[in-house]
Design a protein. Structure first.
Length: 132
């Protein structure tokens, strides 16, 4: 009888819900920035070019922020340069005018567009550059 209970328990455990995939998503699997390079000096206008998987976009764009040394944030966006409704990489461009800013180190944050507001879907790539 004891062996039957153990076998029955193991059978129920085997038929249960499989564990969730807890593997962390690496942002570099979803977005690659070609320009500017990390720690590059930029002036006048920042032109950000790269590729992101289609599911990084929503309605062909995703949010971009430039975080200044004093904590101020310049909000902008990046636009898909091609068809974005795919799981493949799609080229994107973002052009941000920084001509009136003092020289300083800033962080460019490229956020996955997450209209669901589900934090599990949040993702951000951070790119440090220097305004010269």
């Amino acid at each position: 009888m004891k062996n039957f209970i153990i076998a029955l328990t193991l059978m129920f455990m085997a038929c249960g819900t499989p564990p969730k995939d807890t593997k962390l998503k690496n942002v570099s699997d979803f977005i690659v920035v070609h320009t500017p390079q990390p720690f590059e000096k930029v002036t006048g206008t920042i032109v950000i070019k790269g590729e992101a998987r289609g599911n990084y976009f929503f309605e062909a764009d995703f949010p971009v922020e430039v975080v200044l040394e004093n904590g101020e944030v310049i909000n902008h966006y990046a636009m898909a340069d091609d068809e974005w409704m795919t799981e493949e990489f799609v080229p994107f461009t973002s052009t941000i005018d920084i001509s009136g800013l003092e020289p300083q180190d800033v962080i460019i944050k490229l956020h996955r567009n997450n209209p669901s507001d589900n934090r599990e879907n949040d993702m951000v790539m951070e790119l440090p550059v220097t305004i010269d």
